[in-house]
Write a protein that binds this ligand. Sequence first.
Ligand SMILES: [Zn+2]
Length: 246
Amino acid sequence: MNRRLFLTTLSLSPLFANDIIYNSKDIYLSYQEYTTLSSLNSRFKRLRRYIGYANFNIVSFNTALYYARNYSKIGTFTKDELSLVDKLFSENPNRYGFYGAKTCTDINNKISTKDVVKVPYTGHYIFKGKAVEDYAKLKEDIGNTLVLTSGVRNVVKQLSLYCNKLSHNGGNITKASIQIAPPAHSYHTISDFDVGRRGWGYKNFTDAFASTLEFKKMTKLSYISMRYNKNNSDGVRFEPWHVEVI
Ligand SMILES: [Zn+2]
């Protein structure tokens, strides 16, 4: 199916009627890939349900394949899903307007539980060393209203977040890559973490976080810097919640 027909099909769907504005400069998934995206998203969801939210953050891709193969409730990844995964992991995202560094070269990247610390009541992990130390100092300097909203994210987790963004943006890869780092390019895979204000839920991942007392206090701490400031050279939107570790 060509792009025009694909977009016509999209516009006929009530789900997309309001939020898709076609931008001819942006790059989109093909119709076939867009269809595959939805089955891939459902498979990730079933995997997460099966292994649990916290494990899903650190599970490696080949362990995910193993679970999928052996547990019928998840089901084996299809050939089309695997080629979409490969494309999203391997393609150079410069063409989508993302210029951040590659942080992970192995799709089967392993994160050992020995190298991370589980942060109680969050479902998230933080890397031992500087990340754990920075987070502890932050809690001390800002107080208990500061919470960890996302920590270590291995390839599977980053892929699933990226695929969700792709889905919300109607298959627009350019737009998705402004909102989240592509799977091989996330600093969550090697160091960084996100913080928020307790009880703020989804608002912690919006510009509104920059107006909180927690954020204002954070900007005064010399040991903390933010990875994605306004107009950063990586091409990522302003993310006041994302703490740079290395
Ligand atoms: Zn982040």
